[in-house]
Design a protein around this ligand. Structure first.
Ligand code: ADP
Ligand code: MG
Length: 424
């Protein structure tokens, strides 16, 4: 059996010092909204208004709407005619009344304290005449793009119709920029295409931590499955000084080292990949920590019996529900010495209060850290919002899949599609 903890090196790994700048550049520098003249012009803004909805159809969390305000305010100050568009949820290419964007327009209007007109479609003669009637500073919101199957299919004619509404295209939808959809990659073929302020902030934040982090630099990776995070682990391992593993994926790591994991889900087809990551950690001389103790449960439900056990002694018939208090202490201690931390994936099934403590401890540690703290991942962002700690982190990404794509070191199609900035 192999040890749980890899070599105990103090501080940043010597192999990695001065590593900055050696990485291939993830994204070339792109034009932003400040690099084009938008005064008085018709500007199509691809925003990410894909907000979670309650059972009764009201907006459960308007973080993404609020995150779009700086770009919209900037355009209004420039007296631009602002044409917003977005998708909401997953309508199957047909109109679904409960997914109309009028509810977003209403919320936006309150937040901006000015009218936002919701249109009943996103292309067609009615939309064209509404846009033709706009004055400088007016705002309209096109209907849910995914009511048309052409959006997801990146249909060229659909993209051309959308582009025909405007003179400038702004992508501010970080959360949709990993998708090669018509409004993300098709429209910018036809118009001057630039990044909005939110997209710029998101991309810059991830670039900075990946390419030139202040060290020591740690990654905390959790969540349900290794397979969702394999590319992230493979990319991040050559960049960090410390890698902490929690969540359900700890089961596959423990199993790869020969430990029993009870009835936890082990991804047997990923054991070799996980062993390779552990071997690479050793080779690079960085510390990879698995939780030393575990909260195990009989079921992943409220009310299930629970126990705290050493990670090496998970009993038969029980499964991993959260990292244990000893692991939370150790992880917090390690993180408190870091200057940059990126976190993706909860440490346990935080939706159930009995299994939320490990995730809460990590969130609290990051909230108190004097350094750069970045959260990427839909559930991880939900968790820090739920704990009321999001305001105390450097950056909580608005994009789940897009953040994972950046952490995996892959380009975002929606960013690649934008105009390159001029060479300095
Ligand atoms: P993110 O959306 O932040 O990228 P993931 O989607 O990878 O995160 O994982 C989130 C989910 O992982 C949560 O719903 C959480 O309940 C689940 N999870 C965390 N720990 C465990 C565990 N030990 N067993 C099963 N599921 C877990
Ligand atoms: Mg998720």
């Amino acid at each position: 059996m192999q040890p749980l903890i890899y070599p105990d090196l103090p501080g940043p790994s010597p192999l990695l010092r001065g590593y900055a700048g050696m990485q291939n550049v993830i994204l070339r520098q792109k034009k932003t909204i400040r690099d084009v003249d938008v005064r008085g012009r018709r500007v199509l803004v691809r925003a990410d208004f894909n907000v979670p909805l309650d059972e009764d159809g009201t907006i459960a969390d308007d973080t993404r709407i609020r995150a779009s305000l700086p770009t919209i305010r900037y355009l209004c100050e420039q007296n631009a005619r602002v044409i917003l568009c977005s998708h909401l949820d997953r309508p199957k290419g047909v109109v679904e009344e409960r997914l109309r964007l009028a509810l977003v327009a209403n919320r936006l209007s309150v937040l901006l304290d000015r009218p936002v007109v919701a249109l009943r479609d996103c292309i067609g003669p009615e939309v064209e005449s509404a846009v033709a009637g706009m004055s400088g500073g007016d705002i309209v919101l096109l209907e849910n793009l995914r009511f048309h199957p052409e959006e997801r299919a990146d249909d060229p004619a659909f993209a051309k119709h959308l582009a025909g509404l405007a003179e400038v295209y702004v992508n501010d939808a970080f959360g949709a920029s990993h998708r090669a959809h018509a409004s993300v990659v098709g429209v910018p073929e036809h118009l001057p295409a630039v990044a909005g302020l939110l997209l710029e902030k998101e991309v810059k934040t991830f670039r900075r931590i990946l390419e030139d982090p202040e060290r020591p630099f740690a990654a905390v990776i959790g969540g349900a499955k290794v397979s969702d995070k394999l590319e992230v682990l493979e990319n991040i391992i050559s960049r960090v000084d410390l890698l902490l593993i929690g969540g359900g994926m700890a089961a596959t790591f423990l199993a790869s080292r020969g430990y029993g994991t009870g009835i936890s889900h082990v991804e047997t087809d990923r054991l070799d990949a996980v062993r390779a990551i552990s071997a690479q950690a050793t080779e690079l001389g960085l510390r990879l920590l698995l939780p030393r103790d575990i909260v195990v449960a009989e079921r992943l439900e409220a009310g299930s019996p629970t126990r705290v056990v050493p990670a090496t002694e998970i009993p038969d018939g029980w499964l991993i529900a959260d990292i244990g208090p000893g692991a939370a202490d150790e992880f917090s201690h390690e993180l408190s010495r870091c200057r940059t931390v990126v976190w993706n994936g909860p440490m346990g099934v935080f939706e159930v209060p009995a299994f939320a403590e490990g995730t809460r401890r990590i969130a609290a540690t990051l909230a108190n850290l004097r350094g750069t703290t970045v959260v990427g991942g839909g559930s991880t962002a939900d968790a820090v919002v739920r704990f009321g700690l999001d305001d105390r982190l450097t950056h909580v990404s608005t994009g789940g899949g897009a953040a994972l794509t950046m952490l995996a070191g892959r380009p975002l199609p929606g960013v690649t599609a934008l105009d390159d900035a001029e060479e300095p």
